[in-house]
Design a protein around this ligand. Structure first.
Ligand code: BGC
Ligand code: BGC
Length: 862
């Protein structure tokens, strides 16, 4: 389906007309301009200098993509040739470089969360940043905090970290710092409420036969927004993230990239975000409207991927010239983009893209979609360095030992090792044989969609176990693998003579544009794929030392088998990336003592998690309405509130040793009184003059590429240049009140330059506990601190702090952490600020959300 920009605008307007009783997103204008406070000062100053020298069309060129498949990267803006600046390259993914070669395939975000290790999150960020940098990428499109994980079976949860906002927030921040320290701009996405694949884009849903004209609306109340979904984005902004991607879905019936409440008020107003907002691919829905609502960059530039139209480009130039968009708003877009560029040091480390997303051939068309300009496209630069080491380490350290009745570690004394299940072996099509990993063949090491990378190789469990046995088994161990899940008889026969049966099972999920086996991104159930339960049953019926290893994007239902007494151990290995097999054998054979903890809850039944993914268009052909009525009670908070027993609770994971917690101490720290932010901003800076239409005509002598999205005018007649039949519509009819006002604006009470009011991040309480390794081997423990905020509507407990520590056998350590004002506050809708309620608060320390041996009342603080 090809939509002109005008038709798309009209569709948007149609929803608003019948929106009377639907959730509503209040307008918030004008769009806050960057101020360059705090760590942004230097970068902002340089950006202002740079942008002050640009013509109108040059500024527009920074904001608009050249069009789908027009350049090397998954999205690329225009450049500023006069100043020797080529276009900016945006490239997926959150786990490595997508659509490239000679790059690494890192573990997924969910594995990083399972390590609970901030240093590893940072190291992975640096390593991914280095790879993107050396391929010529300006913006790595990750990390992910949306989906957060309202739905355990949502397709893209593994791209992000955990349904807990604190765990996700910490991992977002470390990943962002890593990527940006390597000289690449990170992109926190998808902002916000992007909790399911079904209906995320009306067009995609139509392709699946749904008769809807608008994308799903995530209807989220203000308190839930602040206490849950916005939380990790606060940490991202505090970490200095250079860009944020607005999402496909609507929030309270206003599109993610048109939503003045989420973009202008929350992100730029309250959180003080100084970088730029780019649209998700095709999430840009209107020209003037989205500019005023706070979007700064249109990706990949066209209205619909591959169409020759853009809401921006020439149309943005026209809108500034005819004053529907004030000059300061365009200047602000350009300044935000350039400030992010300078902040991470792009000017020092930049190299032009040396690969193409659209072909692996060495030579091909630069402008791929229109077959123009045949050049050397893929320089095949190897950027992997020694990143295999951090990949392998994260793989091992994210491995969660869920059950161990003496099955692990293995000893190399096993007479016969049976390896059972397709998930142990290789993909017969090759590790990259399915585009964007859109199949589940062989061992699973990443999900599918844009959140993937090509593997340089993929070490399967079968290969690694066989090597292990051959290297260390002194010639005394036999090893057999049966990797056809239909070969149950053969499995039974091998299992019946085995000393140990290692059973590999999986479940897969991914992004909505690919349908794998009836799963349109989201999983259609929470059972194992490919007959996995039968494979387990076959093993347990024939071998009383069966060990189950799972590769999954999140929780699966294990109730039918987990407590079978022939299962002597259960391991969750997540989506570990290219070193999968090696990471696993390090744990299976005890070279690495497992210390991973599950970053999500394993419930007995799907219904224990609460609401199901919305799969029925429940609003006629209008936007399906997804009401987030559970508020902030998702994952373990839901189970705790309903007092429902999970099988494995959030934060749980075993070790080959044992830890004890003792001696909890709580100390009040001195802190300043919290005060609401008051006062006004400065006037919006205007950095140049738009000039006249005649200054922004197509330069003579440029070679126009077909369909390419340029910023220039075709004619000094703006109406002709815009080619818009509605040109000249009265601005009053579509420009929201206050949207063009550049005068000083009132500051929001909870606002501040770096993630919000600085008082929120002050430490109020210090907590100390002693952790003792009472076993006979060294190991890692993850002390977890939970707080009960005490209010009737509050979750029973919320995670607020954690660390991963290594403790020698028989040794003890003191763990000290702090609680900030933010950690102890609730969002108060009336005052639009954070408030510490008068309810008695309590602190808990232990090693899972339900194993909390230490607790104490907290002193009342303000
Ligand atoms: C995804 C984004 C991705 C973009 C570019 C979209 O479909 O939602 O996460 O970055 O495509 O490939
Ligand atoms: C592309 C993705 C893109 C998606 C948009 C897919 O065909 O490969 O990069 O984000 O379409 O829905």
């Amino acid at each position: 389906m090809k939509l002109g920009w005008l038709e798309a605008t009209v569709l948007t307007a149609a929803t608003v007309a019948n929106a009377k009783d639907l959730a509503y997103s209040p307008p918030y204008y004008p769009s806050p301009w960057a101020t360059g406070e705090g760590e942004w000062a230097e970068a902002y100053r340089r950006a202002v200098d740079f942008v002050s020298n640009l013509t109108l069309a040059e500024k527009v060129n920074l904001t608009t993509g050249a069009g789908w498949e027009q350049e090397h990267c998954v999205g690329e803006t225009g450049g500023i040739p006069r100043l020797g600046m080529w276009g900016m390259c945006m490239q997926d993914s959150p786990l490595g470089i997508r659509d490239s070669d000679y790059n690494s395939g890192f573990p997924a975000g969910v594995n990083v969360a399972a390590t609970w290790d901030k240093r590893l999150a940072y190291q992975r960020g640096v390593a991914m940043g280095e790879e993107h940098r050396d391929k010529g990428v300006d913006v790595q499109l990750g990390p992910v905090a949306g989906p957060l994980g309202k739905y355990p079976d949502s397709g893209r949860v593994w791209e992000g970290f955990s349904p807990d906002p604190v765990l996700t927030g910490v991992m977002m921040a470390e990943t962002i710092k890593g990527i940006q320290d390597a000289g690449v701009i990170a992109c926190a996405k998808h902002f916000i409420g992007n909790e399911q694949e079904h209906f995320r884009q009306a067009g995609e849903a139509q392709g699946y036969g749904y008769n809807i004209t608008e994308s799903v609306s995530s209807n989220i109340d203000d308190k839930t927004m602040h206490e849950l979904y916005l939380w990790p984005f606060v940490d991202s902004v505090r970490a200095g993230v250079g860009s944020v991607m607005c999402s496909y879905n609507q929030i309270n019936n206003s599109y993610g990239c048109s939503n003045s409440y989420t973009l202008n008020k929350l992100l730029k107003g309250e959180l003080g975000f100084q970088g730029f907002v780019m649209s998700d691919w095709g999430a840009h829905h209107s020209g003037v409207g989205d500019a005023l609502a706070g979007m700064d960059m249109s990706m990949p530039g066209d209205v619909v991927l591959g169409s020759p139209y853009s809401f921006w480009g020439t149309n943005l130039t026209v809108s500034v010239l005819n004053s529907t968009i004030p000059e300061w708003r365009l200047d602000d877009m350009a300044v935000r983009i350039m400030a992010a560029y300078y902040k991470v040091g792009r000017d020092r480390v930049r190299t032009p893209p040396n690969f193409s997303s659209w072909t692996r051939d060495e030579y091909g068309f630069e402008h791929y979609i229109v077959s123009e300009n045949y050049v050397k496209l893929n320089q095949r630069v190897n950027v992997q360095r020694d990143h295999a080491n951090v990949i392998r380490k994260i793989g091992s350290d994210s491995t969660v030992l869920l059950k161990n009745n003496g099955g692990l570690p293995l000893t190399h004394q096993e007479r016969l090792v049976a390896v059972l299940g397709e998930d142990a072996g290789s993909n017969a099509y090759g590790a990259n044989g399915c585009s964007d990993r859109g199949c589940d063949n062989g061992t699973l090491a990443m999900g599918w969609g844009s959140g993937t990378a090509n593997f340089p190789y993929l070490i399967t469990p079968e290969q690694a176990i066989q090597n292990e046995v051959l290297n260390y088994g002194n010639g005394q161990t036999n090893v057999f693998a049966v990797t056809d899940n239909g070969a149950l008889d053969q499995m039974a026969s091998v299992a019946s003579t085995a000393s140990v049966a290692l059973v590999f099972v999986n479940a897969d999920s991914g992004e909505g544009y690919i349908n794998v086996d009836g799963n349109m991104g989201d999983r259609k159930n929470m059972t194992l794929w490919k007959n996995g339960e039968e494979v387990i049953k076959t093993a347990t019926a024939n071998c009383n030392n069966t060990i189950v290893i799972m590769h999954t994007p999140g929780s699966v239902l294990v109730g039918d088998w987990y407590d079978n007494e022939n299962i002597t151990a259960i391991v969750w290995a997540g989506l570990p990336g290219q070193e999968s097999g090696r990471s696993l054998v390090d744990v299976l054979y005890g070279r690495i003592n497992p210390g991973g903890k599950t970053p999500f809850t394993w419930g007995k039944e799907r219904k224990d998690y609460g609401a199901a993914i919305l799969t029925v268009a429940n609003n006629g052909n209008g936007a399906p309405q997804d009401d987030f009525t559970e508020g902030n009670l998702i994952d373990y908070r839901r189970f705790d509130k309903d007092d429902v027993e999970p099988i494995f609770e959030f934060g749980f994971g075993l070790s080959y040793t044992k830890f004890e917690f003792s001696d909890l101490k709580v100390k009040e720290l001195s802190a300043d009184k919290y005060s609401a932010t008051t006062g006004k901003t400065k006037h919006a800076p205007v950095l140049g003059k738009a000039g006249k239409a005649s200054d922004n005509l197509f330069p003579s002598g440029i070679n126009r590429v077909r369909q390419y999205l340029y910023p220039w005018l075709n004619s000094t007649n703006l109406k002709d240049s815009a080619a818009d039949p509605h040109y000249g519509m009265d601005a009053k009819d579509y420009i929201p009140d206050g949207a063009t006002d550049g005068t000083p604006q009132e500051l929001l009470p909870a606002s501040g330059p770096s993630g919000g009011n600085a008082g929120l991040f002050e430490d109020l309480i210090q907590v100390t506990a002693t952790i003792t390794n009472t076993g006979s081997v060294a190991g890692d423990e993850v002390p977890q601190l939970y707080v009960s905020l005490g209010g009737e509507d509050d979750p029973v407990r919320v995670l607020r702090a954690f660390d991963r520590v290594t403790i020698g056998a028989g040794q003890e350590i003191q763990w000290t952490t702090t609680l900030t004002r933010r950690d102890l506050s609730n969002w108060d809708v009336a005052s639009q600020n954070w408030v510490i309620s008068s309810a008695q608060k309590k602190v808990y320390v232990g090693n899972s959300s339900r194993k909390l041996p230490l607790s104490a009342d907290l002193p009342s603080v303000q």
